[in-house]
Design a binder for this molecule. Sequence first.
Ligand SMILES: Nc1ncnc2c1ncn2[C@@H]1O[C@H](COP(=O)(O)OP(=O)(O)OP(=O)(O)O)[C@@H](O)[C@H]1O
Length: 334
Amino acid sequence: MNLLLDVKDLSVDYGTESEPLPAVSQVSLELHRGEILGIAGESGSGKTTLINALLRLLRPPAVVRSGSAILHPSSGDPVDLLHAEPRALRRTRWENTAVVFQSAMNALNPVSRLSAQFTDVLRAHRRIPRSQARERAAHMLRLVGIPDGRLDSYPHELSGGMRQRATIALALVCEPDLLVMDEPTTAVDVVMQRQILRQVIRLQQELGFSVVFITHDLSLLLEIADRIAVMYGGRIVESGPAGELYRDPRHPYTRGLRDSFPPLRGPMRRLNGIPGNPPDLRGLPPGCPFEPRCPHVTPECGVAPPELAEHGPGRSVACVHADDLPAPTAGGRA
Ligand SMILES: Nc1ncnc2c1ncn2[C@@H]1O[C@H](COP(=O)(O)OP(=O)(O)OP(=O)(O)O)[C@@H](O)[C@H]1O
């Protein structure tokens, strides 16, 4: 089976009092083996809440209201990620799923040598002798360009970029099927950002895992992702093949997001921010959540939140104007 992760109608709220905050609403997505899925959206659009729900890392007051998330690992039975018992969950972590967080550079234990951090994880999940675990650690570090001589270094003895790469190598040490990366390049400069992206793509091609990559920067996703899902106000508002979605966004928010960041390749162009602020999730308008900021708003936008509907092969858009989106105004791009 080619499908690795199947998420259906996932909704997550914060707070259980009378007016909960709907951080993620009815999100459905599929991730195939060997695929890199990018999730983009402004701060507060629900990206982190979504992946924390999938990794079972949500803490109160977060509550999963509804939905399902099934992982189909390359070996073993499917895992119901939202309901797995703690033992099954422990097995799934590192073995099937791994995560690199926003603060990847600080994710390593500062008082433990790299070798110890790798062997601890390996010996908790594989019954292998320490010498073999050490060999595997050295191999993984070599894969991300860190020489054997650094195996016994402490994290503070490594440069920021090296720590970042070591964190990625550690996440991959048990050969997970799924690597989740939440803004892993936010803290590094653009040169290092590109190096890390290239490395992730190379590792992915070599080891064959799937990736969910979260960022607010759509142009960065164009470099790495096969498919992109754009979130706004806790919902997926557009998804599709990365190049197509970037070249021809059908949702005004996707267009705005694209035009807010400089492209990593090609000529410089004028940047246009999205006017207004992200929505207050406790007081969403009755119609499209993007309506108050949308340059193409018409009366029908205010009636009901548009459904995420299919628009051509592999593409879905939640906008009543997806088929007749006017050309961008001066300064923007076609
Ligand atoms: N612990 C919490 N309690 C209450 N509300 C929260 C909590 N964590 C997040 N939220 C709210 O949930 C919404 C979604 O937040 P989330 O962090 O998932 O978005 P995000 O897209 O990942 O943003 P960022 O890029 O800043 O991490 C936001 O409105 C946020 O304020």
